[in-house]
Design a protein around this ligand. Structure first.
Ligand code: FAD
Length: 573
């Protein structure tokens, strides 16, 4: 059986697809990148591990989007985003994003109208519907409907005749003389192997969510980040590996507007505890503050934690159900009545998704590897810093998709299509298929569980210490050294899992190494042994790079052109 699958794949290896610009990953960022590249008249190919418009996180997004309009005050918004991002933001990226998001979302909304879809919610006067949601003080959050947004993008791609290659997992990037010239992909339904040849490649395959308990990311296991890292790109800010929060009974989303519309967090004693941790916004605290606070309440014996929506006004209940219908359906499907009873709540680890760090990029989405660009969650999400305010991710995906396209198109026009004549892909294919040929070895599912058990527990994910992090590092290195090379697969499904778990293990080590390196507390990174934010020592981006086969970590001082951080040490803000 094992050999039969292996032979079938090998005989189908040579399907070759050519593109000027190859986009890997068709979430919001990848779709925008493909559309904006195609608009410039080049041949674009979009490849995705799932079904474009229903895969990845974008279709699950809970509707918060940060749209800076021409009427808003740029310096006020920039300051708020940087201050709430605890100064780790790339300030030039924040400015670029604010300056471009209004026109791009207006365009996206207009595409939706062509198909009769409502992308942006508007009030009765036709203005953007805007609220104060999680983290907002002076800034405002607009409402975007995720499914119509993704349906619009898919229909636009089809209209522009961008070829969509779906249910293909890109496993490796191909290089010639150090330059990326395409990618190798496996269709996990029929076992076909694809070679994509490209003059420029944009990675938009998001980050690694470790298949944890949160909706919308179980197929996101870090391929895009690992592939870039293996070619010498730096991974940045993985110390900020992030978490959302969700109901314990069923994984749902929609937190931003739940607390924006009056939802409250209660501890086991019925106290509205978030005001102790964030006197300014209380229940609307940023995720960084919220997840650490929840972990501390439980660790100090005041658990469990609840979400209380019983005080949300009736008209906002209706709007909430409209923005995140599947979340409320899920709660009801397990017999919970969210507007009549409090719901048990918990942190939900999401690793390097959203603002949890990723591939370091410059202002043009270049990764530093010739021919390779990155957009969306595949990157370090430079606008966020730690976790700034809600809705920045979706805006970043839109803007970075456009920026990556604007960089990749001229790059493609300078390059020629690689003949791939001298390229020996056999070692890559052999390595990919090797688990199929192993009779014994580790079961990918069991290794995934071990990785989760190593990095998701509170003392590693939320209330970190040198000792707990060192223990986690030893375990993860052990997994990488002994279990990953022995992974076995009995079918295509397990073969995909084997590659996924290999990538998850690498990202897990990079997270733990980054967390060990940063000896202070900031954002998602709370160190019980270094509880203060230290702007004198740690206004640095933590960079992880492969050097001569080893994972190296360093801190990089970065420019702060517009907002000057305060000096000294203080409790995390
Ligand atoms: C439940 C939920 C709610 C959220 N709500 C909000 C919100 O309200 N506001 C906000 O700003 N942000 C929100 N976020 C975050 C936001 O949704 C993401 O930051 C954003 O959607 C990321 O878009 P992306 O295009 O970078 O990646 P994704 O949308 O995750 O798309 C990545 C794509 O890459 C594909 N892919 C992955 N690996 C491979 C591979 N090896 N080969 C080929 N393709 C691959 C996947 O199939 C997927 O289609 C939310 C996230 C979740 C999970």
């Amino acid at each position: 059986m094992v050999k039969a699958v292996s032979r079938k794949i090998t005989s189908l290896i040579n399907e070759v697809i050519d593109a000027d610009v190859l986009v890997v990953g068709g979430g919001l960022a990848g779709c925008m990148a493909a559309i904006k590249a195609k608009d410039q008249g080049v041949k674009v190919v979009l490849v995705d591990k799932g079904y474009i418009s229903r895969s990845g996180q974008s279709p699950f997004a809970a509707g918060s989007i940060n749209i800076f309009t021409p009427e808003d005050d740029l310096s006020l918004w920039l300051r708020e985003i940087v201050e709430r991002g605890e100064y780790l933001n790339d300030q030039e990226w924040v400015k670029l994003q604010l300056e471009n998001i209004y026109s791009l979302t207006t365009e996206l909304d207009a595409w939706g109208k062509e198909y009769g879809l409502t992308v942006l919610e508007r009030d009765e006067k036709g203005s953007l519907l805007r609220r104060k949601a999680r983290g907002n003080i002076n800034t405002l959050t607009s409402v975007i409907n995720a499914l119509p947004m993704m349906d619009t993008l898919r229909r636009r791609l089809v209209k522009l005749e961008v070829p969509l290659y779906e249910r293909i997992m890109v496993t490796d990037l191909l290089t010639e003389d150090g330059r990326v010239v395409g990618a190798l992909g496996l269709n996990y339904r029929d076992g076909k192997l694809y070679l994509f040849r490209a003059k420029a490649t944009i990675l938009a395959a998001a980050g690694c969510g470790f298949k944890s308990f949160f909706i919308g990311h179980r197929n996101l296991t870090g391929e895009g980040q690992v592939m870039a890292y293996q070619l010498g790109a730096a991974l940045r800010n993985l110390d900020q590996a992030m978490s959302n929060t969700t109901a314990r009974e069923v994984d749902i989303h929609g937190l931003s507007f739940m607390v924006g519309f009056g939802g409250r967090f209660l501890n086991g004693r019925g106290e509205e505890f978030m005001w102790r941790y964030d006197p300014e916004v209380g229940n609307r605290a940023r995720l960084t503050r919220l997840t650490v606070a929840m972990a501390r309440e439980v660790a100090e014996g005041r658990g469990p934690i609840y979400m209380d929506l019983t005080q949300v006004p009736t008209h906002d209940q209706t709007l909430l159900k409209q923005i995140v219908p599947e979340g409320f359906r899920s709660l009801e499907s397990v017999g919970l009545k969210p507007f009549r009873e409090k719901i048990e709540w918990m942190p939900a680890f999401e690793g390097t998704l959203a603002h949890g760090g990723g591939v370091h990029i410059d202002l043009g989405c270049a990764t530093g590897v010739p021919g390779l660009f990155a957009a969306g969650d595949n990157t370090c999400t430079p606008e966020h810093g730690t976790w700034s305010i809600t809705g920045l991710n979706l805006s970043f995906c839109i803007v970075s998709g456009k920026v990556a396209a604007d960089s990749a198109v001229p790059e493609a026009s300078r390059a020629s299509l690689s003949a791939l004549g001298n390229l020996d892909v056999a070692p890559l294919v052999d390595a990919l298929l090797a688990p199929l040929d192993r009779e014994g070895g580790s079961n990918p599912e069991e290794v995934i569980a071990r990785i989760q058990q190593t990095i998701i527990p509170y003392p590693v994910a939320y209330l970190r210490r040198e000792e707990t992090l060192q223990n986690a590092l030893a375990r993860i290195q052990n997994t990488r050294q002994w279990e990953i090379p022995r992974l076995r697969a009995r079918n295509l499904r397990e073969l995909v899992k084997a590659r996924e778990v290999r990538n998850m293990a690498l990202i897990a080590e990079a997270i733990v190494q980054s967390a060990l390196y940063r000896q202070e507390s900031r954002g998602f990174h709370y160190r019980e042994d270094y509880p203060l934010t230290d702007n004198d020592q740690w206004l640095k981006w933590i960079m992880v790079k492969e050097e001569r086969g080893e994972m190296k970590v360093r801190g990089e001082v970065f420019p702060t052109p517009y907002i000057q951080p305060p000096t000294g040490k203080y409790p995390p803000r």
